[in-house]
Design a binder for this molecule. Sequence first.
Ligand code: NAD
Length: 415
Amino acid sequence: MKEVNPYVLALKQLDRVAKKINLDPGIHEKLKYPKRALIVSIPVVMDDGRLEVFTGYRVQHNVDRGPSKGGIRFHPDVTLDHVKALAMWMTWKCAAMGLPYGGAKGGVTCDPRKMSRSEVEKLSRRYATEIAIVIGPDRDIPAPDVYTNPQIMGWMMDTYSMHVGHAVPGVVTGKPVEIGGAYGRVEATARGCLFTVGEALKCSGKELKGSTVVIQGYGNAGSISHRLAEEEGARVIAVSDSKGGILNSEGLSFSGVSAHKKETGSVVGFPGAHPLTNAELLELECDLLIPAALENQITADNAPRLKAGLIAEAANGPTTEEAGEILFKRKIPVIPDIIANAGGVVVSCFEWAQNLMGYFWTEDEVNKKLHDIMIPAFRNTYELAGQEGIDLRLAAYMLAVERVAAAVKIRGVYP
Ligand code: NAD
């Protein structure tokens, strides 16, 4: 599969929308580049006594609409360009949802699956220390992403708090509830994704109940999408993780697959299911395909063979620009990442607001508020796409980039 640099993809997406909305060339130029990019080296004494030095990044793409917000990824493929693209996508996502944030992202090039808990804790704390000069509850607020989790957010919150001498729960979101996390945050990305799926299916007179679903990736976004889709009465026929996929056209039970993954470390080998590759999984016939792993999975190579009725991008950037055009021509709707997976940052925003006010909502209140943000965001996008005869991604980008451009214009260029 041809590697696409995610930052090149992000710039192409911006160019396409700039042309469509007649974006001021100066503002277009400004939005191409991150406001700030910090590269840090992170020395860690490993369990065997060796000193290993990892490279980490924190990129703040734009802060015109408020402090920047975005997750932290621990993955071997993390590069500066990766993080720059992910930070730009966060700017559009926060604007698409109407959240008072700009976009940022962080990452460390490492493989936490091959590290002990204590090595991951040391890496997380030293990374948090190194980026402490640019983050803070009113500056830039990290959250979990691929191979980071609530415990890692807890270590980062503790590290930052130790440095300033008092507890600062609002410095990161996606924390455990015991230290200021929001109820419903763990499920928020998948829940938000399924809210948009329900609405998209409703628009074509269909429903999730009884639909067949295929999910790529079995972490936070993917496995919880399995659970929630099953709860809605859908039949999840195939799932995968980094080691490969499994298929059972009768349906795969969430409790069975998740217990198998917990025990063996992978969904592969689940009794009664056929093995298949990640590439084969994407091409299965189904009503709904949820890519919930990494970027660059749906490309011009495989897009002509996809047989899904609807695609919801729980992952960030899973579809290349060329693949998006092919799918649009083939009339396969794609709910774009900046809408489909925005539930995570929406509930992160609730968590941050709760930390700042010191007051908490119940899980039902959080889910209702999430619903009330996701549905209008999807509907506005859907209606604009219909009016303009364009795909959902371009419509979502038009709404988002226009909001950011308006903020840039009002604030002006300093000095
Ligand atoms: P995670 O670390 O919890 O899970 C990642 C999953 O992807 C794992 O099951 C892993 O095995 C699988 N995976 C890794 N490489 C793969 C490959 N080459 N093929 C198939 N599967 C592979 O991460 P997550 O938080 O679920 O994030 C997944 C995607 O969702 C990412 O694109 C992330 O940016 C996006 N996302 C996550 C959130 C969130 O709140 N967690 C919010 C918005 C977007």
